[in-house]
Design a protein around this ligand. Sequence first.
Ligand code: GLU
Length: 495
Amino acid sequence: MSWRQISPKVRTRFAPSPTGYLHVGGARTALYNYLYAKKNGGEFILRIEDTDEARSTEESLKMVIQDLVWLNLLWDEGPDAGTLKDQGPVGPYRQSQRLSLYKDVADKLLAEGKAYYCFLTDEEIEAQRQAAMAAGRPPHVNSPYADWSLEQARAKIAEGGKAVVRYKTKHLKKDYVIQDLIRGEVKFPSDMVGDFVLLRTGGMPVYNFCCVVDDHLMRITHVLRAEEHLSNTLRQLMIYEAMNWPVPEFGHVSLVLDEDRQKLSKRKGAVSCNQFREEGYLAEAVENFIALLGWSHPEGKEIMSMKDMEEAFSTDRLNAAGAVFDRVKLKWVNAMHLRALPEAELWAMVQPFLAKAGVQTPADPAWRERSLKVFKTSMELLADAVPLYSLLDDGKFTVLPEAEEALGWETSKAVVGAWRDLIAAHGREDFTEEEFLKIQDEVKNRSGAKGKNLFMPVRVAVIGKPHGTELKILVPLMSQQSLLRRADQVLARWN
Ligand code: GLU
């Protein structure tokens, strides 16, 4: 039985284990589930898989939620982004608050003889494993307790016996098959796994068990998740079968690989969403980029808005081959999104970067938009605004040591002097590009310097160094007062 026969409503979920920042792989899983739900008029659920008490923290949960909110992958049901309180009809949405539900299902499986209490100790299991390996057999648990009656097992527990609950695979001699949405038919022979644990001693459930119970009770119809979970799918199929529950559609997305085709690691650069945010990537660009790690637009579009992706997403364009995380491409995608933004919107994103770096700018919105119009073509990341705007901040103006050579030339004093005089004689506070070029020509006439002897000292008088962004771009963004102050600071060395 599949969900398709029961309910036409698509329900997908993202089920992070909150053990750190949201990694690009997780973000991609969230994105695909989100897009699939949107495309099909369905619902997207956020479920928190926090039964690993040692590793799951409230702090990590907040970080994951913050990243999902940044990416604007907002969920229809799950913990509220602000209060973390459950929102939705099939909660709680945190596994740590659903323990009684898992226990009820385990009790049912125990009562029906599909699971059993197992009292094997770790040492006994290890000895079995060693013996099986030595004999060339698969290292499955062979529990003498599999055939105990429930009464017998309960009596032993009452006497203080410590047991896990294991799923009984013994009677299963068949292949399990799924039609994976990405990989097509995937076959799992049942003897790939031995009797596996559902509840640990103490009653804490394991991932495979919680996942099935939750996906069922939350009426999840489609599960798109990382390839590394493919091997869990067999155990999950067995639990579905034992409970006679409909099985969701599965799609296992490929691994994200580094440029050298190794598993993506943080040694080569940012891999988590918060790092991308801090480095000045736009959420929509990151999503555009990660969407393409394993999926392609039917018209081959490389630059897409969220709306484009929501409209075009389908699982048949998901790719089973490992996707390479190309950082150069990510920057390019970011630059394309950044440059397409209206200046006022872009300013709101750039501002926090400038504020953090202590860069002062004029408050005039028209100036801000004008400056971004010229600067954004030199920006790939929001953070690239910092060095550009720093050039315009008088408080950050200093003559750098690298300017010394240019200032030492014979004609340099005359060049800077003429520059200062011509700026002072300019009738207005601001300059057009043409006016700047005219002044520069006039400096040439008055000082007799040309080529680098002309350009470099003028550049030093404007930005404190002989190289950098073109003055015809910068000067029209500067005021007469500012240019005079800077020129005077340079001229002071000759007085
Ligand atoms: N908590 C699991 C993970 O973070 C989710 C696995 C699944 O989607 O079934 O990898």
